[in-house]
Design a protein around this ligand. Structure first.
Ligand code: ZN
Length: 497
């Protein structure tokens, strides 16, 4: 078989694997949106079967041989990059025994169900044995891939290739210091919460209009309610978002929708023509988060954004008391609290630093699951000055660990760092950015992201993609400068030298 024929065979195999992934994603989406609770075990079996089928395809000796034959023997750089990445993925996957993959999928489904019950009862003890199982399986996975590597680093390489734990520790430590300065300077500010009661039907209708205006294509997407908002791709032609609305918190729900829209815009902008090559995927989780965070924060919490939104708000909720300034101030309050999803933009990263530190401690065997709740509460008190009222508000709040997802949380803060760098560069290249946002003219902004980030898919790793767009920059400084710029102006604060 010629190399060209071999490459065609590989691509058609990978296209089928993508279709299986899509089927699995539709089951995962249903599980979190509509599935009856009694179906958890059945869904676990279904997911496990699909995982096994995917795993068999991705680890077949035939695929391994084909990739080996192709590596270094293809004509163009794009195909060579695709082959290299596929070989890397193949080597990683082939090291995982099929029964481990299946056990992880099954544990994910039953763990999610236990997490729901634990959260409802606000009792960590219900979920703890499942979390222990997840942790054991994750360590087993890391050891199978690289028995000599730091287990969390090995897992992180699957989400954010090119990011080292040491670099992360340094960046997070600088960031924590810088954020604490800002939070301390802000002090006990006046209450800037928006208040009011916002009927959820109106909110959802408004969210749809906002998502559509930002560029989300409802012809290849849809929006549903979920306990914990997420975006999921069933394939290039089906990218779904979910949200959660609160009738007493207009901005909490809106921020979530704009965030998920940012993820979905990235997915909808990935290079479809590369379907089957693996290059049609997102470059890294951190880069994915940079897209959601950019829209949620840099755009969605800006004063011009609320100026644009005000008429939409007026027509949706006639007689509501909010003004552009009250919206802007409420969206940018600095108010340490126990909840990550509801956190303001400044304290948000401290929530992430807590989680990453706890994961590091768990994977370095410095912390046990039995002590996790106390360690969580202790760090919240030290970093944020708050103690969760109960387990539901504390250690059980996030969905990630329910499915055994570790080594993921750093992506959120990496996303904030990348987004700050993108924002700084975009502002230089588009001096009328604010004026465009105020008019609801988001297309050129999306166009910039499409051109610089989305359309490239996985042609570069996430870290290299950011560098290619912004050059050499200090992202921690970009983020701190941006936060001081916005919040300093609002609170009348000057950044200490
Ligand atoms: Zn996100």
């Amino acid at each position: 078989m010629s190399n060209a024929d071999t490459w065609e065979t590989v691509k058609s195999e990978l296209r089928e694997v993508s279709l299986l992934y899509g089927a699995q994603a539709s089951l995962a989406w249903d599980q979190q949106c509509y599935m009856p609770p009694g179906a958890a075990a059945l869904r676990g079996e279904q997911m496990a079967l699909l995982s096994r089928l995917v795993h068999e395809r991705l680890t077949s000796a035939k695929l391994g041989r084909a990739l080996e034959d192709l590596d270094g023997h293809v004509d163009d750089a794009t195909t060579q990059r695709a082959v290299e990445l596929l070989r890397k993925d193949y080597d990683r996957t082939v090291k995982l025994p099929a029964d481990l993959v299946e056990r992880r999928a099954r544990a994910g489904a039953t763990g999610f169900d236990a997490w729901i019950r634990a959260k409802e009862a606000s009792d960590f003890a219900i979920f703890a044995p499942h979390l222990q199982e997840h942790l054991d399986l994750a360590k087993e996975t890391a050891a199978a891939i690289d028995p000599d590597g730091h287990p969390l680093q090995v897992l992180m390489d699957g989400f954010d290739p090119g990011v080292s734990i040491e670099a992360l520790r340094t960046a997070f430590s600088r960031l924590q210091t810088g954020l604490s300065e800002l939070i301390e300077a802000a002090g006990d500010a006046e209450d800037r919460t928006l208040g009011g009661t916002w009927p959820t039907d109106g909110q959802l209708a408004m969210h749809r209009k906002v998502a559509e205006r930002l560029g989300y294509d409802f012809d290849t997407g849809r929006m549903d309610l979920a306990e914990h908002p997420f975006t999921i791709s069933l394939g290039h032609q089906d990218v779904r978002i979910t949200t959660h609305v609160y009738d007493d918190d207009l901005l909490g729900g809106l921020g979530g929708t704009v965030h998920e829209t940012g993820h979905a815009l990235y997915e909808q902008g990935l290079p479809r023509a590369l379907f089957g090559t693996g290059l049609d995927q997102a470059a890294s989780f951190g880069l994915h988060e940079s897209q959601s965070r950019f829209w949620e924060n840099a755009i969605g919490r800006s004063r011009p954004f609320f100026a644009w939104m005000k008429p939409l708000l007026d027509s949706t909720f006639p007689g509501h008391p909010a003004t552009v300034d009250s919206l802007y101030r409420a969206a940018n309050r600095i108010q340490p609290g126990p909840n990550r999803v509801k956190a303001d933009e400044v304290t948000y990263n401290l929530h992430i630093i807590v989680r990453v530190e706890l994961e590091l401690a768990l994977f370095e065997d410095r912390l046990t699951i039995a002590d996790l709740r106390d360690a969580w509460n202790d760090r919240y008190q030290r970093y944020l000055g708050v103690t969760p009222a109960d387990d539901a508000e504390g250690v059980l709040q996030d969905v990630h660990w329910s499915g055994g997802s570790f080594a993921y949380f750093q992506s959120y803060t990496l996303g904030n760092l990348y987004a700050a760098a993108f924002h700084a560069v975009l502002r230089e290249q588009m001096p009328d950015l604010d004026a465009r946002v105020a008019k609801g003219d988001f297309a050129p902004i999306l166009g910039w992201l499409r051109e610089n980030v989305h359309q490239h898919g996985r042609s570069l790793d996430g870290t290299d993609r950011v560098k290619a767009v912004v050059g050499q920059r200090d992202y921690v400084e970009d983020l701190l400068a941006y936060l001081w710029g916005r919040h300093g102006a609002l609170y009348g604060l000057t950044r200490p030298r």
